[in-house]
Design a protein around this ligand. Structure first.
Ligand SMILES: C[S@@+](CC[C@H](N)C(=O)[O-])C[C@H]1O[C@@H](n2cnc3c(N)ncnc32)[C@H](O)[C@@H]1O
Length: 328
């Protein structure tokens, strides 16, 4: 039975927000699974698909560029374009209804298509294995991934979520306790309290073993890295656990949307070059792929240098406080 809050969320998702959203970008790019020449893949992404998606995103409307390129200009043209976009957004949300509601209720930070793909990806991945997510926020991606797990069975798998629960995007919801309570509340609301294990601390190299100790299975079906751009840390700590048919998902891949994006972009390019991440698909700024060769200590150190030099360029540091300006 839908509650009055569900009705309100439905109204807001399908009527109010489509009207307010004028630019909705949607770009899905698939790359051949067996692509071996990583520099070619990189070139493909940075020169064509991603850059066109980014250009369009930066221009404020991806779909408008492609779908409405031929529509007339002038006042009536502008209004018909706007109306078409409102209708397209509402239709997209209707198509992704379950994920739209999830996103609205948990203030999810990723695009709807990414949440939907996360559910489908987990369904297609080896079942009976745990998952690790770094950067859980309020749990939107956690819930989307959990929807892809097999219903409870004797070998029920778990999602281990690392979330520091304070600072940055968590600040509007209060401090550590309030954010942890918020996350736990959503897990209870979606009846996932038995399948999700929260590690409510800042992830550092030292804390990797504590997270690994929470796993109930020897291998994991996948890793979602969506925290602070330190993707090399996440792959260094957990990459060896990922099943060969498992997945790696990395968010915030963009050369310049924010310092965190720029760090992610530079680090991930190095990881792809070193074959530590095999890209298969890209939706907006989220990359989907497979684990590659192991991130060794020397590759970790190299990526760390890459990350530090990007941070320096932006005059920031990324540490347990999150992303903060460099002290002068
Ligand atoms: C972009 S949000 C994640 C969005 C989330 N996946 C969703 O679906 O809405 C990034 C999260 O990573 C967390 N975070 C950043 N650095 C972290 C770290 N080193 N350890 C643990 N959590 C971290 C932040 O607190 C923030 O909640």
């Amino acid at each position: 039975m839908a509650t009055s809050s569900d009705v309100f969320v439905l109204l807001s998702v399908f009527i109010l927000r489509p009207i307010s959203i004028i630019g909705c970008s949607h770009s899905i790019t698939t790359h051949g699974e067996g692509e071996s020449n990583t520099s070619k893949v990189l070139e493909m992404i940075s020169k064509s698909e991603l850059s066109s998606a980014h250009e369009s995103t930066n221009a404020g409307s991806n779909s408008s560029k492609f779908v409405f390129a031929q529509t007339p200009t002038g006042l009536s043209g502008r209004w018909s374009r706007r109306l078409s976009r409102v209708i397209m957004t509402a239709l997209r949300r209707l198509y992704h209804v379950r994920h739209s509601l999830l996103m609205a209720k948990t203030s999810g930070l990723l695009p709807i298509e990414v949440y939907r793909e996360l559910t489908d990806l987990v369904k297609r991945s080896p079942q009976g294995l745990d998952l690790i997510e770094v950067g859980g926020a309020s749990g939107a991606a956690t819930i989307a991934m959990s929807w892809g797990l097999q219903p409870s069975s004797t070998s029920a798998s778990h999602v281990i979520v690392v979330e520091k629960c304070e600072g940055g995007s968590r600040t509007p919801y209060g401090g550590w306790e309030a954010n942890k309570a918020r996350f736990d509340r959503f897990m209870r609301r979606y009846k996932l309290q038995d399948r999700v294990i929260l590690f409510p601390h800042n992830l550092t190299l030292d804390r990797g073993p504590e997270v690994r100790a929470l796993l109930r299975t020897e291998r994991i079906a996948g890793l979602l890295s969506d925290a602070d751009g330190m993707v090399h840390r996440d792959l260094y700590l957990f990459g060896d656990l990922i099943d060969s048919n498992g997945f790696v998902v990395i968010d915030d891949y963009h050369p310049s949307l924010s310092p965190k994006h720029a760090v992610t972009y530079a680090v991930v390019n190095r990881l792809i070059e070193a074959d530590a991440f095999r890209l298969t698909k890209c939706i907006h700024e989220t990359l989907f792929g497979r684990p590659g060769s192991r991130v060794t200590e020397s590759l970790y150190n190299e990526c760390e240098q890459v990350a530090q030099s990007v941070c320096q360029g932006y005059g920031i540091v990324i540490d347990e406080r999150g992303i903060t300006p460099l002290a002068r």
